[in-house]
Design a protein. Structure first.
Length: 505
């Protein structure tokens, strides 16, 4: 069931009706509605592959419970010398359970996604629910959170239907209480459930509508041209490759950010606020800044669970200790951050898919971020002209990175990127190029202009457009809603609508 289908809207509406019909006295059972609908949603999308979702869910649930019990055992032993051997034994068990669960779940992800022995479709959302579950397991192991005691609650945490296909990657401490409908009252957690709030439902619907605008008016229209060039790339000159990269920049943002708006809007209808995943990334002043604005939850996951642990690991400390003797304290710190950044972004590349092009994509981003840290260019200039220049240069660097994303293979990526520079002809930038790409640029230009105005208003005022619209009179708000709605209906690329790109992850 695609997010872009009428069936999804009816499914969401039906779930919301039942969800809000649960009486307040039975609020503790309200989350069961979301759990049942989440598993129905998953079964409708891929019933044969639900085993993998269940495996991740229950292996993580029971491993976390065991880690909790072992930690409680450590605390009961105390710090006396007579218990030293026992404490060491329990810590070894904790570490073994933790590593085993990580290896099993990341191993399943690696086996299915990166080895050619698996010939069927990937389980839906496997990258997202694996990372979310393993983030929870790490938090339990580190003692940041207690293990969840109720299997049905944890099942919902892993499978929440708007989120499971393409994120955002949630954190247990922020998401679970919302899903369970719990709030703190006088220092105690009380299940109050979620009551119907029409303003909240309106906000959720606004967000979904904007997501469909990005998807139908921008992403699918640009994507049709990208697919045409990609499938017959040897028939085109470098000028077409340059235009295709710009179109892909629009397609990917419209597709991924649009999908996030649909996801976050759907969750908001149920009173659940998911983490933001985008913050106007094409206004970034550096690649470092870009990754603070693009796929934010993946970036923070990598920072918290890979980058920081790596920088304080024993092998890294030994390396930097030796480096201090030759390049000084500052040089060793730069070396430490450089190695960690490059390794993290290699993992980011691998996360996106198999093949050499994704490794190059990760390495490209990691190297540039390391250079920005070395040169001190990661932060915005106070000079407006220089700031605009930073934004332009960053956009060009990001667009170059997409050459290791949309082409099919690494050799095709390198061919198209090279020829975009060596075979570019300015006199080919005419109306004919759009005729050759089989689309009318006016509608895409309109969609991008609307996106630009929205983004500028948010960037200047540092407030979401939906908050800004709340200040408008109701007739003005509804005029905007109808305008966006009719744009979606009129300008959608009929017959060429596609699923969301990141739903394949």
């Amino acid at each position: 069931m695609s997010f872009t289908s009428i069936a999804y809207l009816l499914f969401t509406a039906g779930c919301a009706v039942i969800y809000y019909l649960i009486p307040r006295r039975a609020a503790r059972y309200q989350y069961f509605v979301l759990l049942i609908f989440s598993y129905v949603f998953y079964l409708l999308n891929g019933p044969a592959l639900i085993f993998f979702l269940l495996f991740t869910t229950f292996s993580t649930f029971f491993a976390a419970r065991l880690l909790d019990r072992l930690e409680d055992g450590l605390k009961q032993l105390g710090r006396g010398a007579e218990n030293k051997a026992r404490r060491k034994e329990i810590r070894k068990k904790k570490k073994a359970v933790f590593i085993l669960c990580l290896v099993l779940n990341f191993g399943v992800l690696f086996f299915l996604k990166y080895l050619d022995v698996w010939t069927w479709a990937l389980p839906l959302g496997i990258s997202f629910y694996t990372f979310q579950s393993m983030g929870y397991l790490i938090d339990v192991y580190w003692g940041r959170t207690r293990a969840e005691q109720h299997p049905t609650r944890f099942m919902l945490f892993v499978s929440f239907f708007p989120q499971i296909l393409q994120g955002p990657i949630g954190r247990y401490e922020r998401l679970m209480l919302q899903l369970a409908g719990e709030t703190e009252v006088d220092g105690k957690m009380v299940c109050t459930g979620h009551r119907l709030d029409l303003v909240q439902v309106e906000h959720g619907a606004q967000r979904m509508l904007w997501g469909y605008f990005l998807k139908f008016v921008i992403a699918d229209r640009a994507g049709a041209a990208v697919s045409l060039v990609n499938s017959n790339y040897l028939e085109y000159s470098g000028t077409y490759y340059a235009v295709t990269a710009l179109l892909y920049a629009a397609q990917l943002y419209g597709d991924f950010a649009g999908g996030m708006d649909v996801v976050i809007g759907t969750a908001e209808i149920f009173g659940i606020h998911l983490d933001e995943n985008f913050k106007r990334p094409y206004f970034s002043c550096s690649i470092t800044d870009f990754w603070h604005r693009w796929h934010i939850t993946l970036g923070t996951w990598m920072k918290d669970y890979v980058f920081y642990p790596m920088t304080v690991s024993s092998w890294m400390r030994k390396l930097t200790k030796g480096a201090k003797k030759h390049i000084g304290r500052k040089g060793a710190a730069i070396l430490q951050a450089t190695i960690a950044n490059i390794l993290v972004f290699l993992l980011v590349g691998i996360w996106h898919g198999k093949g050499g092009k994704y490794l190059v994509y990760g390495l490209y981003n990691g190297v540039i971020i390391s250079l920005e840290a070395l040169l001190g260019t990661a932060h915005p200039s106070q000079n407006r002209v220089l700031h605009l220049l930073q934004v332009l240069v960053t956009f060009i660097l990001v667009t170059i990175s997409w050459y290791w994303d949309f082409p099919t293979t690494l050799s095709q990526s390198n061919y198209m990127l090279t020829h975009a520079f060596t075979d570019f002809h300015l006199n080919e930038i005419t109306g004919q190029i759009f005729v050759d790409l089989h689309f009318t640029p006016g509608i895409l230009a309109f969609g991008c202009l609307v996106l630009m105005v929205k983004s500028l208003l948010e960037e200047i005022r540092q407030k979401s457009i939906f908050e800004q619209m709340d200040a408008l009179p109701r007739p003005a708000r509804w005029a905007v809603y109808y305008g966006v709605m009719f744009s979606v209906l009129i300008f959608q690329n009929n017959g060429l609508a596609s699923g969301f790109i990141y739903a394949q992850f």
